[in-house]
Design a protein around this ligand. Structure first.
Ligand code: AMP
Ligand code: GLY
Length: 430
């Protein structure tokens, strides 16, 4: 089977790495990929994975490439191509592709859509209102005492969510999104949620239109600095499982979320085949959904796929063909920890092209995998090429062992300005 993966981050490296282990796979491409992806080989045929220089949002070129190469199956990593309708496009052309279709991608591409859906189908979420006028939005913030979260409706590159602690901040946030249009057209409408306190966890479920299979728990670290300080980022590290939801609580939460979700999709004519990633706040009044993502998390994927024991090709095919009920997801009981190494300055401006040393030494450590995110090859040297550069991931018999192993690998790696958190998984160990 010939497989095309779309995307270029740590999530896509983890997907490629896991797919390449499948005995079904004879050849792989990744568009556009990165320097780490280009070092992978299919396990069965030992063919190098080929990175092709087509952007993840260039739908016509991706389609032409898949047709020319007769790709048997395409796997989509990031949200943008899904929101642009890549799945619908490929399917119309008779190509098999994994990911949600454009209608289903609205759960991520529109906060208003998700909020209304959750309210209609009784999925536990924050109290919220939807507004297209700044004055009404501000009035609603006042009813929450200004303690609220103002969210631009559309995709805003992971930004567009402003957390406010008082009415002055809330009014400023509304003005920024709705009046100054800091996030462009994405901010024409806003969702304003009450501010929820609690522990935030990531859930993932693989869906096939009727069946949803929940993954174990994981937790991301979104702030740039230790102790959850500093700016919000795409994610600075993850671990799985988290002790904040035990198996029974996970099963109960999954039931409260996935059952109404799948029922609602059926009622609305949404054929949800792909990954559902709810962001969940564990509040003292129970779990509440903050948002839905319609794709694998990054860096959640790195910890999940190092624990997954199934053949990834088989379960993604089942997700596409509606046969997930025939599969049981199997997970290594070991814990996994991923520490993101980022460029100095991230999530603000950062330099590129810094040589990265020690990658082979880190990768050679037992139960360790260095996933690349923003890396490139320059004159046969791997260099930094993005904000998040690497996701250093390790398995251990428990979280403490996995954490020690991940940081031992981080110690082997150097590049100028490297920035990483030293407390990934600490919360779970306290
Ligand atoms: P979102 O993109 O909607 O997940 O928001 C980004 C981040 O903002 C989340 O990961 C949370 O850390 C935080 N957040 C979003 N909504 C809320 C809320 N209602 N209460 C508290 N924190 C929130
Ligand atoms: N881990 C955050 C995200 O993938 O959105």
């Amino acid at each position: 089977m010939k497989i095309l993966v779309i995307g270029s981050g740590g999530r896509e490296h983890a997907l490629v790495w896991k797919l390449a282990q499948s005995p079904h796979v004879t050849q792989m491409w990744c568009a556009p990929g990165n320097a780490g992806i280009a070092q992978e080989r299919t396990e069965k045929t030992e063919k190098p994975v080929e990175c092709v220089n087509i952007g993840a949002e260039d739908l016509p070129k991706l389609l032409a490439f898949a047709q020319e190469k007769k790709a048997d199956f395409t796997i989509v990593g990031p949200d943008n191509p899904l929101a642009l309708g890549i799945v619908d496009l490929f399917q119309k052309s008779g190509l098999k592709i994994w990911g949600v279709n454009q209608k289903a991608a609205q759960f991520e591409s529109s906060k208003v859509f998700s909020q209304k859906f959750m309210e209609k189908y009784g999925i536990p979420t924050a109290a919220a209102g939807t507004f297209s006028e700044a004055a009404a939005a501000k009035k609603f913030c006042a009813t929450l005492g200004g303690k609220c979260v103002v969210k631009a409706d559309g995709l805003a590159l992971g930004k567009g969510v402003l957390i406010c602690t008082n009415q002055t901040e809330a009014e400023k946030a509304v003005d920024e999104i709705m009046v100054s249009k800091a996030f462009g057209a994405a901010g024409a409408i806003v969702v304003i949620q009450e501010y929820l306190e609690g522990v935030e966890v990531s859930l993932h479920a693989l869906c096939d239109g009727t069946t949803a299979k929940i993954f174990p728990t994981s937790q991301d670290h979104k702030r740039a600095l230790d102790g959850d300080l500093g700016l919000n980022t795409g994610g600075m590290g993850t671990y799985s499982p988290t002790p904040f939801l035990n198996d029974a609580q996970l099963a109960e939460t999954a039931k409260k979320v996935l059952e109404p979700f799948m029922r609602g999709c059926a009622a609305e004519g949404i054929d949800y085949r792909g990954l559902l990633y709810p962001g969940v706040m564990l509040t003292k009044n129970g779990p509440k959904i903050l948002e839905f993502n319609a794709r694998f998390g990054d860096p959640e994927t790195q910890v999940y796929l190092t624990r997954l024991e199934n053949d990834l090709v088989e379960i993604l095919e089942a997700s596409t063909s509606g046969t997930l009920a025939n599969h049981e997801l199997k997970w290594n009981p070991a814990a996994s920890v991923c520490v993101v190494m980022a460029s100095g300055g991230y999530p603000g401006n950062y330099p590129k092209g810094k040589p990265i040393l020690g990658l082979a030494e880190a990768d050679a450590l037992p139960h360790t995998k260095v996933f690349h995110a923003g890396t490139a090859l320059k004159d046969s040297q791997i260099v930094t090429n993005g904000g998040r550069v690497l996701g250093v991931t390790a398995l251990g018999k428990d979280l403490k062992a996995a954490q020690a192993a991940a940081y031992a690998a981080v110690e082997k790696i150097q590049f100028e300005g490297a920035q990483f958190r030293r407390d990934i998984a600490d919360k779970a160990l306290r």
